[in-house]
Design a binder for this molecule. Structure first.
Ligand code: NAX
Length: 322
């Protein structure tokens, strides 16, 4: 069996880190991969350069790499689709302009997935605003079950784990049950209230969680830009690999991860909003971990991030893009 994987924004910095990990087998294990790369016409040349480098890496699992500037062709037969390319916010751009520009990308890509991807397609939206872009793509793919459209909060999740591991002076492998709730934005809610160390509950200092942990996780992207002079790329690519791998291969027993998926009303989140939840992957599907007792600060944070998600959805709807 060979897997067909479509990656958009292939010539960008996340694409450059992501493609080599996919081709090496980090995402799907010992499964041969056909890569289909989508770029805008002016970046096709750069994507072809990346394709040349992929060939030069002589990955035993890499069967083919094709570059496209047409979404219908790029999503042909796609089983896994990683939607990384998006329109960034530029100086002077209003929020409505940003949503309109991205709807112009994610609407047609959703339609192309609907018409050309494999019946078992699974979609991860990385490009921002990721949750709402996933909502738009899903709305344009009526024949694909909505739960196949997800958005990435795994980088935020992994950032949280890294901070907790440093604080507790342990390896991340000893920690489980970290959660990111809500939107992949500054309103996200990093929640270590259910954290386990070596499978046992561990109490964290509430003041440290509120005053240091949460702001560090939420502002980590800005800290990376300040330090590196460019936004997170390899860590974002790594998180995308983690998301897809756990979706296809299941999460570790007893643990959960964070992913944004269409709500079915869990935790009072309005149905259909693409919201980050604690999830387990099993048998190729995500399931929201239900019945958790949320501390008051997490409940309040979830309510606020949901308000933002609703505002994004309503703005897109008002523009006639949903
Ligand atoms: P880059 O600007 O380096 O690359 C984006 C690439 O997408 C460019 O090569 C561009 O030509 C391409 N592109 C634009 N429109 C396209 C379209 N319609 N079809 C195909 N390709 C298209 O950005 P990069 O640093 O790679 O980031 C990509 C996206 O990930 C951004 O939207 C960024 O905000 C988002 N991120 C999301 C994260 C998350 O956790 N969900 C974290 C990392 C990152 O910030």
């Amino acid at each position: 069996m060979t897997a067909t994987v479509t990656v958009t924004g292939a010539a960008g910095q996340i694409g450059y880190a992501l493609l080599f990990r996919i081709a090496s087998g980090a995402m799907l294990g010992e499964v041969p991969v056909r890569l289909r790369l989508l770029e805008v016409p002016q970046a096709v040349g750069a994507a072809e350069g990346t394709a040349m480098e992929l060939a030069d890496a002589a990955f035993p699992l890499l069967e083919s790499v094709d570059v496209f500037d047409d979404a219908d062709a790029a999503f042909e037969g796609a089983q896994l689709a990683l939607l990384v390319g998006a329109r960034p916010r530029t100086a002077g751009m209003e929020r409505a302009d940003l949503l309109t520009a991205n709807a112009g990308i994610f609407g047609p890509q959703g339609r192309a997935i609907n018409d050309h991807a494999s019946d078992d397609v699974r979609v991860l939206v990385v490009g921002n605003p990721a949750n709402t872009n996933a909502l738009i793509a899903a709305a344009h793919a009526p024949d694909v079950p909505a739960e196949r459209f997800t958005a990435m909060t795994r980088l935020d999740h992994n950032r949280g784990l890294a901070q907790l591991a440093t604080r507790l002076d342990v390896g991340v492998d000893r920690l489980s049950r970290m959660t990111i709730w809500g939107n992949h934005s500054s309103t996200q809610v990093p929640d270590p209230s259910q954290l386990l160390l070596d499978g046992e509950p561990i109490a964290l200092d509430d003041a440290w969680v509120a005053e240091e942990f949460v702001p560090t996780v939420v502002n980590r992207g800005a800290a990376i830009i300040a330090a590196r002079g460019a936004s997170s790329a390899a860590s974002a690519a790594s998180a995308a690999i983690d998301h897809m791998r756990d979706w296809v291969e299941d999460t570790a027993p007893g643990d959960w991860v964070s992913a944004a998926l269409p709500s079915r009303g869990e935790y009072g989140v309005p149905e259909g909003l693409v919201c980050s939840f604690p999830v387990t992957g099993a048998d190729g599907a995500w399931r929201v971990v239900e019945g958790l007792e949320l501390p008051p600060a997490v409940r309040a944070g979830l309510a606020a991030t949901v308000v933002e998600l609703e505002a994004e959805r309503d703005a897109v709807r008002a523009l006639g893009l949903l």
